[in-house]
Design a protein around this ligand. Structure first.
Ligand SMILES: Cc1ncc(COP(=O)(O)O)c(C=O)c1O
Length: 386
């Protein structure tokens, strides 16, 4: 079966957050992390079927759904989980805010590395916790950890929780087994719970790279890990708000569920229906998507390499490219590259929001023609500079 990712679907004038930001303006929106593709046919069929039933009472996860999740995690990542470890959540951001409240007391530290998806930086303070950050390091073509500095930061802070982004938004790394082992070693040494946001785990582009859930490293690591996953990014259904936490340790799971009580709504039934279909029936679509996104990633990497003052590291996972504009900014006196490119008709995400100015994030989860138009506008804007 072939799938069409090339033909643009007009999202202007729809409910799209991404496109409505630039309503009435000639700006190609390559910012917020959803894709401009329709959901997989099997997801659409399952949703139609459920809507035809006509009754939308309160929902509860059912056995074939639980089985689809278990089989998916086993098949994709070799991770065997028990159904009782799953806590359904209406969104991953909400869940890492819950994790902040469930671990440590008022004022306890929450550790994360920058740059990072912006809600990592705000969740701790929303929860009466104290944010502790450390920069990731760009080493040529790769973003890496400074583990000696991490060890020191954990020793000096009162951090009880580590918010990990794996694969990482925005730098696009899939943390490898050695890096995960080191994260696990430090979490144990300093006695931290790790909340591992693995929402992008289905978007590994590099065929030689495999996603490994942090909790799958060892039973000891599983005990101190809250893993957050969702079909939302991979199958492009984020507004259906269906996600889940996998929490093997009963006491940690109880603490997490207690914080949710009365505040977090149940997941809507359409989200659950879509989750089952996505995990069980969309393997072929998923493979085709990854091939297409890999092509887009290479297009971004090759084109950015021709733009003076810009550089980008290879994207191992996600449909997000983290573009280093520091040289351009310094050479041309540009203080905010997001605004510079927006004026030139390309809507990117601003590195400042991720804790690192002079960078922009480009979402290439779109038809190639849309991407090419955005890249051409960026190149033209740079070439037109005096
Ligand atoms: C790393 C990461 N976590 C969470 C989210 C959002 O999750 P949700 O929409 O389920 O709250 C995103 C969206 O871009 C993300 O990149």
């Amino acid at each position: 079966m072939s799938f069409d990712f090339d033909t643009p679907i007009d999202r202007r004038g729809s409910d799209s957050l991404k496109w409505s930001r630039y309503a009435g303006r000639d700006v190609v929106p390559l910012w917020v992390a959803d894709m401009d593709f329709a959901a997989p046919p099997a997801v659409l069929d399952a949703l139609h079927h459920r809507i035809d039933h006509g009754v939308f009472g309160y929902a509860k996860a059912w056995p074939s759904l639980m089985e689809a999740v278990q089989d998916h995690l086993q098949g994709e990542y070799g991770w065997q989980i028990e159904p009782s470890w799953i806590v359904w959540i209406p969104g991953v951001v909400a869940a890492f805010n819950v994790a902040c409240r469930a671990v440590g007391g008022t004022g306890a530290g929450v550790f994360t590395t920058t740059p990072v998806y912006p809600p990592f930086l705000t969740a701790p303070e929303h929860s009466g916790r104290h944010l502790v950050t450390l920069p990731l390091v760009r080493n040529g073509r790769r973003w890496q950890w400074d583990f000696a500095a991490t060890d020191k930061a954990l020793a000096e802070s009162r951090a009880r929780l580590w918010l990990l982004c794996h694969p990482h938004n925005p730098v696009g790394r899939v943390w490898n087994e050695d890096e995960l082992q080191e994260i696990a070693r430090l979490a144990e040494k300093h006695d931290l719970v790790v909340c591992s946001d693995e929402i992008h785990c289905g978007l590994v582009l590099d065929p030689a790279t495999k996603h490994k859930p942090l909790a799958a490293l060892s039973p000891a690591m599983a005990k101190r890990t809250i893993t957050l996953m969702a079909p939302s990014k991979t199958f492009n259904i984020p507004a259906l708000y269906s996600a889940f936490a996998v929490i093997p340790d009963p006491a940690l799971r109880r603490a997490f569920s207690r914080v949710m009580d009365g505040i977090m709504p149940h997941i809507n039934t359409l989200g659950l229906v879509a989750t089952e279909a996505a995990y069980r029936d969309c393997g072929e679509w998923h493979g085709a998507l990854i091939d297409y996104l890999r092509g887009n990633a290479r297009r971004v990497e090759e084109t950015v390499a021709t733009m003076p003052g810009l550089s980008v590291t290879p994207v191992e996972a996600t449909y997000l490219a983290w573009i280093d504009c520091r040289e351009l900014c310094a050479a041309k006196g540009i203080d905010n590259p997001q605004r510079f490119f927006e004026k030139a008709g390309v809507g990117l995400s601003d590195g400042c929001d991720f804790g690192l100015p002079s960078f922009v994030r480009l979402n290439f989860g779109c038809p190639r023609a849309t991407l090419d138009e955005g890249l051409a506008r960026m190149a033209a804007a740079i070439n037109a500079l005096p």
